[in-house]
Design a protein around this ligand. Structure first.
Ligand code: PXP
Length: 239
């Protein structure tokens, strides 16, 4: 299991005061030193947390996989092709949302999504699509020729305290992961994951990567970043 830590909310804290600290790039280094396998950052259209300069510094200094999350827009694809992360995860984005709220609509996407995927692949960048655990979305992702899908685990995370709903969401994630693997896709998962809800998720054998941000940065307030990353690594170990 690869654990990628999303450092967006280190930048959220920095931007709250307009200071230069805490630095998401320094945090990324600390996460890698603690054993994380890669770093994820989301450059949003409104630059509410990660900024262009952070993306360039992350690319320039990381010695591990750098996964850049962006919307499928001409502006973001141009930035991604210029910066050259190892992976680009295309996500849906709405200005008014607090965080990424749904999966990318791939099954009914217009021609621009295909054009963006092709531009990224021509630049030698691995492409991942952040989608709902829905078979039609999985199959449409395969048809676009991407290497990876990231299954949106938000509904599962929101089902905390409702075991029947959590079980139903896990079953839906497992079915999507199985179908994706049958089609030759690599399967990642993310959104709303915590040390408490991750162990049941990693029982799905097709999932090989997790992208986790908010809960790790929140835990780090109490335990420090190194301990928070190590706790998440331990929780995401497959038993
Ligand atoms: N994966 C994707 C594609 C996301 O958009 C996000 C949120 O930015 C995450 C993972 C991380 O979610 P969280 O911060 O809830 O762990």
């Amino acid at each position: 299991m690869r654990l990628h830590i999303n450092v967006d909310h280190v930048a959220t804290l920095r931007n709250a005061r307009g200071t230069t600290y805490p630095d998401p790039v320094a945090a990324a280094r600390m996460c890698l030193d603690a054993g994380a396998h890669g770093i994820t950052a989301h450059l949003r259209e409104d630059r509410r947390h990660i900024r262009d300069d952070d993306v360039e510094r992350l690319r320039g200094t990381l010695r591990a996989t750098f996964n850049l999350e962006t919307a499928s827009t001409d502006e973001m694809i141009a930035i991604a092709c210029k910066v050259g992360p190892d992976v680009v995860t295309l996500v849906p984005e709405r200005r008014e949302e607090r965080t990424t709220e749904g999966g990318l609509e791939v099954a009914k996407a217009g021609p621009s999504l295909r054009a963006h995927v092709e531009r990224l692949r021509a630049a030698d960048i691995k492409v991942s699509l952040f989608i709902a655990a829905d078979l039609a979305q999985v199959e449409a992702s395969r048809a676009l020729g991407v290497e990876q899908i990231e299954l949106h685990t938000g509904e599962y995370a929101h089902a905390a305290g409702d075991p029947a709903k959590a079980r139903a969401e896990l079953d839906r994630l497992a079915a999507a992961a199985k179908r994706g693997r049958e089609l030759g896709l690599e399967i990642a998962a993310g959104h709303g994951l915590t040390t408490k809800n991750v162990p049941a998720l990693v029982a799905i054998p097709e999932i090989v990567e997790l992208n986790i941000g908010h809960a790790v940065i929140a835990d780090a307030v109490f335990s420090g970043l190194t301990a928070a990353v190590r706790a998440m690594l331990a929780a995401s170990e497959r038993r």
